[in-house]
Design a protein around this ligand. Structure first.
Ligand code: HEC
Length: 187
């Protein structure tokens, strides 16, 4: 009897491990899907609004529409979505926690060493959650509001100063990592 039990355990162990692995892969796929749906939508909205009303008019897209889209995705998918940065603009919702900070620092190092920022991602089980972050590289459009402070339009500068007196999110150049989109879901 003991032998049978032992044999069953020996056989079951790798099976359980591969099930866990398959589950991790599924969570990674889900997380990646959730994290990649928002940025292109946001980019299109920014492009359209900048064309219509200028960069100063498009600030509300990042300020109000981005978090609203995040909340909607959370309600639809059960994944919590946010954006965080090592140099946050919004000090109430963009400050990374320890896990996000470590990933951001790792991404900056890897980008500096030549890895493509658009491909940088990390997903893993952390406690009783699955967590995933994906780097958001600075593109030329982003420079309207995240470029060097002395190159921003005066109207953009004024609006940013009004809404974000502690803004750290200027001075970027194309290809740098502005932050990450961070998603998490209980396992
Ligand atoms: C029209 C101005 C504008 C443009 C263009 C813009 N942003 Fe932002 N960005 C903002 C504002 C305003 C916030 C603060 C949002 C908030 O209050 O949560 C912000 C916040 C962020 C955040 C969240 C972290 C933080 O620091 O608060 C990330 C990440 C980010 N932007 C990335 C980008 C990227 C990448 C691009 C280009 C694809 C871009 N932004 C283009 C204005 C802009």
């Amino acid at each position: 009897m003991k032998k049978i039990l032992l044999a069953t355990m020996l056989l079951a162990a790798p099976f359980a491990a591969s099930l866990a692995h398959a589950n991790d892969e599924a969570m990674l796929g889900e997380a990646r899907k959730v994290a990649t749906t928002l940025p292109p939508k946001l980019l299109t909205a920014l492009q359209e609004e900048i064309a219509k009303t200028g960069a100063e008019g498009a600030i509300s897209i990042c300020k109000d529409m981005a978090p609203k889209m995040g909340t909607e995705v959370s309600q639809q998918t059960g994944w919590k979505v946010k954006r965080v940065s090592l140099k946050p603009r919004n000090e109430t919702r963009a400050i990374p926690d320890a896990w996000e900070k470590a990933a951001l620092e790792d991404f900056d190092k890897r980008a500096a060493a030549g890895e493509s920022p658009a491909k940088l991602e990390k997903g893993e089980k952390v406690g009783d959650e699955y967590r995933y972050v994906k780097a958001l590289p600075v593109q030329s459009l982003c420079l309207n509001c995240h470029g060097p402070a002395d190159k921003l339009k005066p109207a953009v500068k004024a609006s940013l100063a009004q809404h974000y007196p502690k803004d750290q999110a200027t001075g970027y150049s194309e290809g740098q990592i502005r932050g990450v989109i961070s998603v998490r879901k209980p396992l």
